[in-house]
Ligand binder design. Structure first.
Ligand code: ADP
Ligand code: MG
Length: 248
């Protein structure tokens, strides 16, 4: 079943046509990739989906519901969540506190109040489980700012899981991470999908990573959909190869 449907979406910034007539589908339970050279419009697509900015044309549906007029908090409440190219952790807080403030409050928003009121045992238990899941349990009382960059990415991933998303959109999750941690992160992403049932939509620059991870890949170039297909097709698609060569 289709979870997220993007249909004929266009978005411009002044004269820059960042997304032109983009259509794509993310089926429930899948891992879908979004690739393309720098500046091809990948992040813009994510921002449109999560309601960060209005789109100019087209439709975006989540489980059949039109969401293109909704804003970030409303869309988050539907169970859709994105991470950013830049990590967004609180370096002056320890890992557990970063996890606590990521726990949704009753309104569905992230709760800074979890820092000040007594945190339920349930939240702490879940936080510890997820820190263990990403391999950071032994670091749980360290300041997040003292973790390596790769570990901060893992923490950010654990923080996203804390919100119990149904669709998690990851913007270049492996950027800046060393190869050893990358393998661990890929493994965690797969397990989040298979064990927690989270649908994943992943922007990725590392070809090896996305070819291994995604079952279907969309490739943007110059704001347009250049190609789509299973990894084996995409990596042999001459248009895709040319787009990357042309960009380097
Ligand atoms: N908020 C914005 N204001 C103006 N231009 C933007 C904005 N966001 C993205 N763009 C432009 O849109 C194009 C696509 O950018 P982006 O979606 O970030 O590409 P990618 O994530 O594939 O590298 C680029 O030319 C970029 O400069
Ligand atoms: Mg980007």
């Amino acid at each position: 079943m289709t979870m997220l449907e993007v249909k004929n979406v266009s978005k411009s910034f002044g004269g820059v046509r960042a997304n032109q007539d983009i259509s794509l589908n993310v089926p429930e339970g899948s891992i879908i990739g979004l690739i393309g050279p720098n500046g091809s419009g990948k992040t813009t697509m994510f921002n449109s989906v999560v309601g960060y900015h209005p789109i100019d044309e087209g439709n975006i549906r989540f489980e059949g519901q039109e969401i293109s007029k909704l804003r970030v908090p409303e869309i988050a409440r539907l169970g859709m969540l994105r991470t950013f190219q830049q990590t967004r952790i609180y370096g002056e807080m320890n890992c557990m506190d970063n996890m606590r403030i990521s726990a949704p409050d009753e309104g569905g928003g992230a709760g800074l109040r979890h820092l000040f009121s007594s945190v339920s045992a349930e939240i702490d238990e879940h936080a510890e489980e997820l820190l263990d899941f990403v391999g950071l349990h032994s670091k749980r009382l360290l300041l997040a700012g003292n973790l390596s960059f790769g570990q901060q990415k893992l923490l950010e991933f654990a923080m996203a899981l804390m919100r119990k998303p149904r669709l998690l959109m990851l913007d270049e999750p492996t950027a800046g991470i060393n190869p050893t941690l990358i393998n661990g992160l890929i493994d965690r992403l797969r397990r989040a999908n298979s064990e927690f049932g989270i649908t994943l939509f992943v922007i990725e620059h590392n070809m090896r990573v996305i070819m291994n991870l995604a079952e279907h890949i969309y490739c943007l170039a110059h704001g347009k959909m250049l190609a789509e297909g299973p990894p084996e097709e995409i990596q042999n698609d001459q248009r895709v190869v040319d787009a990357y060569l042309g960009a380097s």
